[in-house]
Structure formats: C-alpha cells, structure tokens
Design a protein around this ligand. Structure first.
Ligand code: ZN
Length: 432
C-alpha cells in the first residue's frame, strides 16, 4: 500500500512531468512552484539582492534557486544539480517539407534518443518562439497538443527482416513526421504554432520547437509500483530537487548553509552551452551570492571548500530481459531506494567521501540506498556531476532514481522511489 505522502508526491510528480514537454516549460513549471513558496526571481542583468531571502535565476532552459539566511563564518553551499532536457526530435529552422503527397516537418535528433521509441506515437509540439512586439524582442512559450503529428513505422510486409535483423533508422529520412495531406506553404507550420500562441505569424523571428509524446504520465503495475512517462530522465530529479529545496526552506533557520538547486539545460548534448552545466552560470551565481553577504574572493574560496554537491540524474535499473548487461554484484531494483553511481574513470563524480555523505543523508531520511557500477567491459554514460565538480572544485556525488528504458520517448521507474529520493536530497541539502 502506498502511503499518503508518497501518493501526494507521486501525483505532484506526474503533473510536473506532463506540464514540462520542453526544457523551457520545465523551467516555467519549477519557477511557478518557486514563486508560490515566495522565491523571488533575480534578473542577472541587474544588481544582486543583498537581503537574506529565497531567490531564483532563469536562463533559457536552466534555472538556479537558492535560499540564504544570515550566514556566519562557516558559510557553505549544499547543491543539488539536475537537467531539464531530454532526447527528442527538434524542428529544423525551415521545417516545412513534403513527400508522396504528405505534409511533413524536417527534424533533427537532439541527444542520444532511442529512435524507434518515436515511431507510431501521437506527438505534440512545444518550445519557444522569439517574437518582435513593437520595439521589443521577447520569448513566448508555446505548446500545441491539438494538431497531432506522427512518425509512421514501415509495415512489416515491406521490411521482412525487421524482427530478425533489427530496425535501422536514418534520422534524415525515416524520422520525418507527417501532419497532413497535400503539401503546405513554406512557413505554414510555424505560422500555425504562432496562432496557437496568440502571436502574429509575421512577428516570429525564430523558434526553438520540439516534439513530445501526447500520452500523459501514469501509474501502472499489479500494485501500482511503476510510473510510465516521457522525460523521467531527468525531470524526475528536477522535481525531487525542487521539492527537497521547498521542504528545507520551510524547515526554518538555515544557519550557515545556502541550499541551492540548479536545473541545467543541454546535459544530453554534453553541457557545453551558455546555460549548461559546463558554463560559467553556476560559478557566477555562487560568486554573486557570496558577494551579496559581504564576502570577498577569500570568503568564496573557503565557502566552496566547505561545500558539497549531489548531481541527480537517472540510474539504470537491472533489466529483467537483459540482466547480462549489468554487473551481477550490483543489482539495481526499481523502488529499491536512491542509487549512488560510481565509475573508476570518473564519468560519475562519486568518490568514497562524497558517497558516504549521501549514504548518511539516506540514513537520516530512513531510506535504503543502492550502488550502481557498469560492467567493466561496457562504456559508462556520464552526467553533469563531473562537469559541476570540475567547474566548482566541490566534492560531488552522482545519484539518481533507478529506471528502465532510459532515453526512450516513454520511460519507466518505480512509484515509491521519487518521494524517498526527495527526502534523501532534503537531508543532503541540510547537511550534517
Ligand atoms: Zn539524464
């Protein structure tokens, strides 16, 4: 039986997932939760607020939120990182195209998508339009669910070896969605999106648009033990990070600790961008937070040396149909508790001390934890942990919730894990 707290957390997670089809939407969803909890948005272009309080900064598809009290000489940061982006299909700058009498859209693959998972799904479009309004240029969030696009799979009769030799998809040729019959006019699709955003088509200067599965997140399984949804990697961690920060700030006096949550765009393509984990965004924000407390570079360096970071991202659960792809001594169960991820070559930032810090946070939260490592004969993925650790020089642990189908358009994980993860992260934020 699911406890009331788990059920409430789960319902909140499902609504977070459904409300966030693009990184920009994920940031907007997180920001609205922050604002409800009296976090104030800081404009990076203006002088930094000097007063203690709750704040957040938005930069494109990234968001950094923190709370600062009146820290004394032991000022330190407790950081949770996650990423807002997921592999998907993105519209080309001039997307309108056609073939064999179909109206189609040219797309590029973003990140390490499982191509097959995008076939035969009903798809919406979301993202942002950059629009001229008078003399201003503004970004407008947009989401279009009512048109419906589809990448139709080839019939088995026309691809007799697909089940024995595997499905090979050329992303330029085979992933082009259809959205109508009879070829349209150039600019037609973006004009339609502009209409849905209540923006004149000729005001749209440029766009960042992408496709999403229209199927909502849901709970399933004999005992409701699973969640199926798009973007579990890594909106689940974004949601847990936000929830844990809100829990910590409601808990009272922060003392010397500045709890901070950073949700970065562009992890799936290596974090090298103006708002990614590889950018100067987080170091600059931390420097300005320290500066606002009256601290100098010396204060900053000492604060970073006392700080710790948990990089939260999806972890691979042991797959029942492919258990040979996993290290037999490191079984990872769905709903088995938060996963600490290790790699000897530091594709994950975890080391002994940082793993211990997170294990102790799990212990304080009364939550079991698991240890993940790849088979030694398989390459290991990575995440923002090592990047953040290198940018800041802060002790970092890579952690996450176990899932299956990572990078599929529709992934799955356990239904009890998210709430436990969020409580463990809250303990981590509060420090020891
Ligand atoms: Zn991820």
């Amino acid at each position: 039986m699911m406890g009331a707290m788990t059920a409430a957390h789960l319902a909140d997670l499902l609504s977070f997932l459904d409300a966030s089809p693009s990184p920009y939407h994920a940031v907007a969803t997180a920001a609205s939760r922050m604002e409800q909890a009296e976090f104030h948005e800081v404009d990076e272009r203006r002088p930094w607020p000097k007063e203690p309080g709750r704040y957040f900064v938005r930069r494109g598809g990234s968001l950094v939120a923190w709370a600062v009290g009146e820290p004394g000489p032991d000022l330190r940061f407790r950081i949770i990182g996650a990423h807002t982006d997921s592999p998907n299909l993105r519209l080309k700058p001039a997307p309108d195209t056609s073939g064999s009498g179909f109206r189609q859209l040219g797309v590029e693959v973003y990140g390490g998508a499982l191509y097959n998972s995008w076939l035969d799904r009903d798809l919406g479009v979301s993202g942002r339009l950059t629009v001229r309004i008078g003399t201003d240029v503004v970004d407008v969030l947009v989401r279009v669910d009512d048109i419906g696009l589809r990448v139709p799979q080839l019939a088995v009769h026309l691809d007799r070896e697909v089940n024995t030799k595997g499905l090979v998809l050329n992303p330029q040729v085979h992933l082009t969605p259809v959205w109508g019959l009879t070829p349209g006019e150039p600019g037609e699709f973006v004009a339609l999106v502009a209409d849905r955003a209540s923006v004149p088509a000729d005001a749209v200067i440029s766009h960042d648009l992408m496709l999403h599965d229209l199927t909502p997140a849901r709970v399933l399984g004999a005992d409701r033990e699973f969640i199926a949804s798009a973007r579990i990697d890594n909106l689940l961690s974004c949601h847990s990070g936000v929830a844990s920060l809100l829990q910590v700030v409601e808990g009272g006096d922060l003392g010397d600790v500045v709890p901070l949550v950073c949700l970065f765009d562009h992890e799936e393509i290596g974090s090298t961008s103006a708002a990614g984990a590889g950018s100067s965004m987080l170091p600059t924000i931390i420097e300005r937070i320290v500066g606002a407390t009256g601290g100098d570079r010396e204060t900053l360096a000492a604060a970073l040396a006392r700080s710790a970071c948990a990089s939260a991202d999806g972890a691979h659960a042991t797959h029942p149909n492919y258990s040979d792809r996993h290290d037999a001594k490191h079984h990872i169960a769905l709903d088995g508790g938060p996963v600490i991820k290790y790699n000897a070559n530091v594709r994950y930032a975890t080391d002994g001390p940082s793993a211990a810090a997170f294990a102790l946070a799990c212990e304080r939260a009364d939550v079991a934890h698991q240890h993940f490592v790849m088979r030694s004969d398989m390459a290991c993925g990575s995440t923002i942990g090592p990047t953040t650790a290198a940018r800041l020089g802060v002790s970092t642990v890579d952690v996450g919730v176990a899932q299956l189908s990572m990078h599929s358009a529709r992934e799955m994980c356990g239904s009890a894990d998210p709430e436990r993860f969020s409580r463990a992260l809250a303990e981590f934020l509060m420090g020891d």
